[in-house]
Design a binder for this molecule. Structure first.
Ligand code: ATP
Ligand code: MG
Length: 362
């Protein structure tokens, strides 16, 4: 089998995704979704619902994982992900991902996986202690397969995922060197030309690499109860923004413009002159109260979310879930054509191409 070029014409392939552990929040928007929307204009995009990975921490809650899977697609569609252009892909219906995960697990030393800083941070921040499942660290290996099964050029992610992408790049290099004879001195951009199955994909980190949660401490995260959701009502948004703690006592006290509140000012108030004015007044303690700034921030967030809420409402009507499942079914079918091709190329390289398989007839 001759490898197809990674994408038709000059369109590059792009892969990214979310774990259905809750609805999408503003961190997703600034960290990855804005980039996804821009990239889908010109590229062949695959957006993965990592529902298998949701079981690594919530295996006792299958109903919730299922419900969150549907809700995330509603969020994607509401944000402007276009299912005609891009594939919405359900991880559990792409068997090639699980198979590649096994092969990649053999290429990564156990200690290398356990040293992954993103895993370490997650174990700590999610309070997993030493009781996490065997599958939990395995998800980092699985994510290499999620990505590489589409042989993408780019992976739009937030900063917390960069360590995972680095591991994925290592696996791709190792596979291509061991099984495809690519020279270890080859430039990352030359791996496919040198005969490798896998390109070495690049992370594309969003406008805000790591948006802090409204607790002002940890990264905004679905699992940490510190998120402003894209589907929150205007009132909920205001209430959460009001909770951002600055420690400032009065409107005339000079404030630190690198606090969480100002992170939100810079992230969501579009008028650059207004942002500079707020920064100047706040730093000088020029009679500007936190309450006022919080109102402006919530107003800006609500302006951003209004059209998203409006589009989401269409999928909340009766029949909305069925429409979402159709989108997933179609996207996953298109994705499987690419994933099966990649798996076969990998098997050929690994001398596992005894015969092409057909598991069922008809
Ligand atoms: P969980 O708490 O289950 O890990 P999460 O909120 O971290 O959920 P993920 O599904 O793990 O969300 O992440 C999806 C994508 O969004 C990833 O690319 C991740 O880097 C990005 N992302 C998540 N949170 C943020 C954030 N606070 N700032 C920037 N990017 C983020
Ligand atoms: Mg996460």
């Amino acid at each position: 089998m001759t490898p197809h070029p990674p994408a038709a014409g000059d369109r590059s392939r792009v892969l990214t995704g979310d774990t259905p552990t809750g609805r999408l929040h503003l961190g997703h928007w600034v960290g990855s979704i804005e980039n996804r929307l821009a990239l889908q204009e010109e590229n062949e995009c695959y957006f993965l619902l990592a529902n298998m990975h949701a079981f690594t921490t919530r295996s006792e809650s299958p109903e919730e994982i299922r419900a969150d899977t549907i809700e995330i697609v509603k969020d994607w569609l509401a944000c402007g992900i276009d299912p005609k252009r891009s594939c919405v892909v359900l991880q559990t219906e792409v068997p090639a991902i699980a198979e590649l995960t096994w092969y990649f697990a053999m290429l990564l030393p156990f200690n290398r996986v356990m040293r992954n800083p993103t895993l370490k941070t997650e174990i700590e921040s999610k309070g997993l202690g030493d009781k996490y499942s065997f599958g939990f660290p395995m998800y980092a290996v699985g994510q290499c397969a999620d990505i590489l099964v589409f042989r993408p050029a780019y992976v739009p992610v937030g900063e917390d995922q960069v360590a995972h992408i680095e591991m994925c790049r290592e696996v791709a290099r190792r596979f291509d060197q061991i099984y495809c004879g690519v020279d270890s001195h080859a430039e990352d951009g030359d791996y496919v030309e040198a005969g490798g199955v896998f390109p070495i994909p690049e992370a594309k980190v969003g406008r805000i690499a790591r948006l802090v949660g409204y607790d002002g401490k940890q990264k905004m995260s679905k699992s940490l109860g510190n998120a402003i959701y894209l589907s929150d009502t205007p009132k909920q948004v205001q209430k959460k923004v009001n909770k951002i703690f600055t420690g400032r006592q009065s409107p005339t006290e000079p404030g630190d413009t690198f606090n969480a509140l100002f992170e939100y000012v810079r992230a969501f108030i579009c008028d650059a002159d207004r942002v500079s004015e707020l920064e100047r007044k706040y730093a000088a303690g020029e009679d500007i109260g936190d309450g006022h700034i919080k109102q402006e921030v919530a107003g800006a967030i609500n302006e951003l979310l209004d059209p998203i809420r409006e589009r989401r409402a269409d999928y909340e009507k009766p029949g909305g879930d069925d429409a979402v499942i159709d989108v997933i079914r179609e996207g996953t079918a298109r994705a499987n054509a690419v994933a099966e091709e990649t798996l076969w190329l990998a098997k050929e390289a690994m001398k596992l191409d005894f015969f092409p398989r057909k598991l069922t007839e008809g």
